[in-house]
Design a protein around this ligand. Structure first.
Ligand code: GLY
Length: 365
């Protein structure tokens, strides 16, 4: 069942290995040699679950292995936490030959990737994503970032890893809530690229939640392939990569307004997708039956589809203006025109956005 997919980027090519039980297998790290050092970056929960296995993966190569345990959660995705990594690296005399290992979910991956991109002007790093969300999205494609109080992922870089190791067995230790959050990004891919995949999800969603091995493998492999195709064409998000941000303008505003970590990123994405669909409806771009199918699938996955009632529309709008796709104060948002097709709609009026937000709050989903 094992699959290796090669990602081709401007600066390097790297493999993504996908399989169950990957931590028990021998993995060849062509870029590591005896005497090199690695720093494993993880959190407390993941440390207790997987550290020993990861240590053994690298032990045989003859490396100096250090680790750092970071506080867990989106609210710690900050420059302060990145600085903790730098301090540990410097105290342990890690130089340019070091490789950082991101062992955890999207937060660990984003922080570690960013630290790798700037430590001593750039060192190698390995992504070992342990959540569904990080396996299908954040570990692939080299987006690294930390949050600022004024905006999500506002400080970061494009910096590709040297290998991504997707151990599907990690999904067995994931909470249902975390799994649902990851499914939001899976549904996102299907709405952007592939109506047949959306229909497949409608049929197979229960099997995915029951961690049916074949279905899980198919689904994650599919998402990785869809993403890699885009990275190959537009690594630095000048054009098509923007489409991967379906629902994210609204999602980032939810996360910033509620306080980072209150909702999981995938939960905010689920509501973001629904508001994007309502924006399309407001502009007569999307029919009701597609909106209903999207909402029903998200609900079947126990994902939220409505904004929290205490969100103030005008404060929410302020966050939208900080989105990275905003140019010259024009609101540009990725909108679905049917399931399987989205595009970037430019210069949307504030009125349309406000109506979409209010329609989301008022609709009886
Ligand atoms: N998560 C969207 C991207 O990597 O471009």
């Amino acid at each position: 069942m094992e699959k290796t997919i090669l990602v081709s980027t401007k600066k390097n090519n790297y493999p993504i290995i996908i399989n169950f039980n990957l931590f028990d297998k021998k993995i060849f790290f062509s870029f590591l040699k005896k005497g090199d050092s690695i720093m494993i970056v993880t959190n407390k929960k993941i440390f207790s679950l997987y550290f020993e296995k990861i240590f053994n993966l690298f032990k045989n190569i003859g490396l100096k292995i250090d680790h750092i345990i970071l506080p867990d959660g989106e609210k710690y995705k900050t420059l302060v936490t990145v600085n903790m990594i730098f301090t540990t690296l410097l105290k342990n005399l890690h130089n340019r030959d070091t490789t950082l290992v991101a062992l955890g979910g999207g937060v660990i991956g984003d922080i570690t990737g960013f630290a790798a991109s700037v430590y001593q002007r750039g060192v190698k790093y390995i992504q070992i994503p342990t959540t569904l969300l990080s396996q299908v999205d954040s570990s692939i494609g080299g987006k690294t970032a930390v949050n600022h109080d004024l905006g999500k992922n506002m400080i970061g870089s494009f910096y590709q890893p040297n290998i991504v190791i997707i151990n599907l067995s990690c999904l067995y230790t994931l909470s249902k809530r975390e799994f649902s959050a990851g499914i939001a990004e899976v549904i996102k891919y299907s709405i952007i690229f592939d109506k047949n995949f959306f229909s497949w999800l409608e049929i197979n969603i229960n099997d995915l939640f029951n961690l049916n091995k074949d279905k899980i493998f198919y689904c994650i492999n599919k998402c990785c392939k869809l993403k890699i195709r885009i990275i190959y064409k537009d690594e630095y998000e000048n054009n098509q990569r923007k489409l991967l941000n379906l629902g994210h303008t609204y999602a980032h505003a939810i996360e910033a307004e509620l306080g980072y970590g209150k909702w999981l990123h995938g939960e905010a994405v689920a509501v973001g997708i629904v508001i994007a669909a309502l924006t399309s409806k407001e502009l007569n771009l999307l029919n009701n039956s597609d909106i209903t199918r999207i909402v029903n699938l998200l609900k079947k996955c126990k994902l939220p589809v409505k904004l929290p009632s205490n969100i103030n529309t005008y404060k929410f709008l302020k966050h939208i203006y900080r989105d990275k796709k905003i140019k010259k104060k024009q609101i540009n948002i990725i909108l679905p025109i049917k399931i399987g097709k989205v595009f970037i709609y430019k210069n949307i009026s504030e009125k349309v956005i406000i109506n979409s937000i209010n329609n989301n709050k008022n609709l009886l989903f």
